[in-house]
Design a protein around this ligand. Structure first.
Ligand SMILES: Cc1cc2nc3c(=O)[nH]c(=O)nc-3n(C[C@H](O)[C@H](O)[C@H](O)COP(=O)(O)OP(=O)(O)OC[C@H]3O[C@@H](n4cnc5c(N)ncnc54)[C@H](O)[C@@H]3O)c2cc1C
Length: 176
């Protein structure tokens, strides 16, 4: 059993001038003066991507993932079906500089094929002519996101950490 204490962000007092200085655009760190600690539970797609966003904005980030590091694992547990990456997902990746890399590894899917019982095939396009979504290897995307997140100096990854309990009042998190 292991415990970690995180600072409660809503308990923070920020002066007016400091707030003005720190509320800048998405591209700039907002926590230059007093970096706050953020704990992210789950290093899946959302957790790893969010870790990049928080780290990019200057927070001290710790990720706690119950699985072992999937980049080292012989067998990756969890969902294995490929992911269909659309415009929204690409935008999310773009803001952490990963869109081109992931898109280059994807397989374009222009339409889904409907197979009727009579054997007739009817394609239903995913978009207008020339538009497509991308079939992406889910485990690889997760690995790439973890590697990207880990590259930030203000990031710490904790694998084999399962959240058992946490207290919103004290910020105390208990892991097994
Ligand atoms: C069959 C299927 C197909 C899908 N296809 C698509 C698709 O084509 N396109 C698309 O955009 N979305 C798709 N989705 C949705 C997509 O998979 C999810 O939106 C996405 O995986 C959510 O990411 P997540 O990080 O929240 O969850 P997950 O990817 O499940 O990650 C959660 C992580 O948290 C960890 N965890 C869980 N409990 C704890 C704990 N107590 N302590 C520490 N760590 C913990 C897990 O080990 C895991 O690594 C699909 C989902 C399914 C089931």
């Amino acid at each position: 059993m292991e415990t970690h204490q995180i600072e409660r962000p809503w308990g923070e007092t920020v002066s007016g001038s400091e707030r003005q200085r720190t509320s800048s655009t998405m591209e700039e760190p907002i926590c230059r003066l007093t970096p706050k600690k953020v704990a992210i539970v789950g290093g899946g797609l959302v957790g790893a991507l969010n870790a990049c966003y928080f780290a990019k904005r200057g927070f001290d980030v710790e990720v706690f993932e119950t699985r072992e590091d999937i980049r080292q694992a012989k067998v990756v547990k969890g969902r294995s079906i490929n992911l269909a990456l659309s415009h929204r997902g690409r935008q999310a990746l773009k803001h952490v500089g990963m869109e081109d890399k992931i898109v280059s590894q994807g397989i374009p899917m222009h339409a889904r094929m409907i197979h009727s019982t009579s054997g007739k095939q009817s394609p239903i396009p995913y978009g207008k002519k020339g538009q497509f979504i991308l079939s992406v290897d889910r485990a690889n995307l997760n690995k790439e996101l973890l590697t990207e997140a880990e590259a930030y100096p203000n990031m710490k990854m904790n694998f084999d950490h399962k959240l058992k309990d946490w207290s919103p009042e004290t910020g105390l998190m208990t892991f097994t």
